[in-house]
Design a protein around this ligand. Structure first.
Ligand code: UT7
Length: 329
């Protein structure tokens, strides 16, 4: 292949991993009741669309979930780990403070030498990572990138806060992104607004041998909800305009899986029928940076997403961060 014609970055394989431990809403109701915290299946389903989430076993780390998803994606792409020349892991729940989970993953894959780094944009992390890898591939500094979103959010949850602990789950999703003369990623659009740091955060940090501040997730749900619906529409419109496409030409909208009502609201604003939205939030809960690649892989493996189709991926979350990627699959 002539390198000068490799103008695009194209997804050539997807993979994912969901930890086997599944907690239904009724399991959460029972678990929280034992702590004197009241919730119900009907509240969770009506307000969020979530029916279950998966929690990683105590001995699993972010890089372990990432490894399982990455191996699947590499297999789907027909690539060996030593052919990968860039690894980006989007995560807010890394194995360690440092080094990066991407370096640990690289070692577990046996793909030594290529650049590897973590990207921290909370629930927008995968869309951010895909955009960065796209730019690196188009600039000629990578040819075969492994992009992973991997999270163990269950370890950040305050099980006395019913407003957040029922929402999140663990998992990982991965794609292989390769230089190609055919599209490919058509347009990307990333944003952040640090004025909203406090509405969704884990404020703790490590200092003097201790965690300073709370190591648990806190969220102003209604504030996040309101911002999310607006920015998901604007990011979607931005990538469509950049690529010269219409929403009607998008085969599948694959938004961040936080709340079915946010996803429905976004689809409505874009005048896209709900049948063209990939939703896994019911079974996965909110898996932060893993949610979009997990949903993508589910839809690839069940046959909904087909080669040649146009996909609109969207992320939104802590920071406040948001972004979209429009691509031909
Ligand atoms: O991943 C990053 C992006 N994150 C998101 O997009 C999340 C965005 N936010 C949301 O999805 C929603 O705001 C939530 C699902 C978090 C909350 O839904 P809401 O409709 O905004 O509810 P609320 O926070 O306004 O709370 C309404 C009521 C409150 O009771 P009162 O004060 O009206 O009596 C809460 O105490 O619902 C109560 N409530 C619950 N009740 C039963 C909150 N959590 C629960 C619960 N079970 N788990």
């Amino acid at each position: 292949m002539n390198p000068s014609t490799l103008r695009y970055a194209r997804i050539t394989g997807t993979g994912s991993h969901l930890p086997p431990r599944r907690l239904s809403n009724d399991d959460m109701v029972a678990m929280l009741a034992a702590r004197g915290v009241e919730t119900s299946d009907s509240w969770i389903v009506e307000r969020t669309g979530i029916r279950a989430r998966h929690f990683a076993a105590d001995d699993m780390r972010c890089s372990d979930l990432a490894l399982l998803a990455a191996r699947q994606a590499l297999q789907a792409a027909g690539r060996r780990a030593d052919e990968v020349d860039l690894i980006i892991v989007a995560t807010s729940t890394p194995d360690m403070v440092f080094p990066s989970t991407a370096c640990i993953l690289q070692h577990k894959l046996g793909a030594h030498g290529c650049p590897a780094f973590d990207l921290q944009a909370v629930c927008s992390g995968f869309v951010y990572a895909l955009s960065v890898a796209d730019a690196m591939i188009r600039a000629g500094s990578a040819r075969c990138a492994l992009i992973v979103g991997s999270e163990i959010f269950s370890r950040l949850l305050d099980f006395d806060d019913r407003g957040t602990c029922v929402l999140f789950g663990d998992g990982a999703g991965a794609v292989v992104l390769e230089a190609s003369h055919e599209p490919g990623i058509l347009a990307t659009d990333l944003h952040a607004d640090g004025r909203h740091v406090g509405i969704l955060c884990v404020p703790g940090s490590v200092a003097g041998g201790r965690v300073q501040g709370s190591p648990l997730l806190t969220m102003d749900g209604p504030a996040v909800f309101k911002l999310a619906v607006g920015v998901l529409e604007s990011a979607a419109r931005a990538v469509l305009e950049k690529a010269g496409r219409q929403a009607a030409q998008v085969d599948w909208l694959i938004p961040h899986q936080a709340n079915i009502r946010i996803m429905q609201g976004t689809a409505k604003k874009l005048k896209m029928p709900l049948e063209r939205v990939i939703a896994t939030v019911d079974e996965h809960g909110n898996t932060s940076a893993a949610s979009v690649p997990l949903a993508l892989d589910v839809a690839v493996r069940d046959g909904r997403v087909q080669p040649g189709q146009t996909l609109l991926l969207e992320g939104v979350g802590g920071g406040f961060t948001w972004g979209a990627v429009l691509l031909d699959f």
